[in-house]
Design a protein around this ligand. Structure first.
Ligand code: CP
Length: 308
């Protein structure tokens, strides 16, 4: 049984296996209606619980569709409506759910909640986002980059804005897949130092600079995310906007990257805040491919977790 909790906790050979399998599975679906079953049905007879303690569009729909395409069934649970949201312990919830379902995907707040679920579940647990990381997203993003431009190894990725949970998973991926990452943003929103240390310990060059145009120079891809994350207080909004205005990914910033640099964003986006609509809808943008690839990457993650 394999949990998929974080990219830095998963061996590079396993990560590569999942990316390559995702690509094969995506190719095999070419031209099929979305609801058509995959040729092989590796999840036949399997039940998957999808638990959300935070809002979601992409994660919810892509996991649900992916499980169904592979012949399995899903149940989507809201944390608030479960006893989990009314005092039942995470450990007891994990033990109970493990008697009913074959796999648990959890989107939650604290990283500790995810780890407690995994510790007490007797079925695999997948991290569907915590305040600390978002590994499924970055697996989809690696798949997306590689489909457009080939191997991520040795490339220069630039993260502009808030060093948030998505940025942390990019840093984990830099270490595991062997690319470099330049962060540009205000000092108060610097990336997680442990994630920076992890990437550097694996040989990745991690650069931190306050100058967005210098950061973008020679980039293979420029990546950003919303300025206010789901776990940030609403009161932070105005201050964040003032701090981050200079880090918007726009035409001037993209012009500093390589001519074939990609623009990436996990979505949802606040248009003309962290990125201009011109860039989001421009020829270098692959944002909707990233969303689609959540489906394919997660199907490979599900199979790896279940060993099927
Ligand atoms: N990128 C992402 O995780 O999207 P959702 O919040 O819509 O699931």
């Amino acid at each position: 049984m394999n949990h998929f909790l974080d990219i830095h906790q998963t061996a590079p050979t396993n990560l590569r296996f999942m990316i390559d399998q995702a690509r094969r599975m995506k190719d095999a679906r070419d031209g099929k209606p979305k609801g058509a079953p995959d040729e092989t049905q590796p999840l036949a007879g399997r039940m998957v619980a999808l638990i959300f303690e935070k809002p979601s569009t992409r994660t919810r729909v892509s996991f649900d569709v992916g499980v169904r395409q592979m012949g399995g069934q899903t149940m989507i649970l809201s944390g608030k409506e479960m006893q989990l949201g009314h005092g039942e312990s995470i450990a007891d919830t994990a033990r109970v759910l493990s008697r009913y379902v074959d796999l648990i995907m959890l989107r939650t707040f604290e990283e500790a909640t995810l780890h407690e679920m995994a510790e007490h579940a007797t079925v695999p647990v997948i991290n569907g986002l915590t305040d600390t990381s978002h590994p499924c997203q970055i697996m989809a993003d690696v798949l997306t980059y590689e489909q457009h431009r080939g191997s991520v190894a040795g490339r220069k990725f630039v993260w502009s804005g808030d060093g948030n949970n998505v940025c942390t998973s990019w840093l984990h991926a830099a270490g595991q897949f062997g690319f470099d990452l330049t962060f540009t943003g205000p000092e108060t929103l610097d990336p997680n130092p442990k994630a920076v240390e992890f990437a550097r310990s694996k040989g990745s060059k991690v650069t931190i600079t306050r100058d967005p145009l210098a950061a973008a120079r020679g980039a293979d891809a420029i990546v950003t995310d919303t300025w206010v994350s789901m776990h940030d207080p609403e009161s932070a909004r105005e201050r964040r906007h003032n701090q981050l205005r200079g880090y918007q990914v726009n035409g001037a910033m993209m012009a500093q990257g390589k001519p074939d640099a990609l623009f990436m964003h996990c979505l949802p986006a606040h248009r003309n805040e962290e990125a201009s609509s011109e860039v989001m809808d421009g020829p270098q943008s692959v944002i909707f491919d990233e969303s689609e690839n959540r489906l394919h990457a997660q199907k490979a993650i599900l199979r790896w977790c279940l060993g099927v």
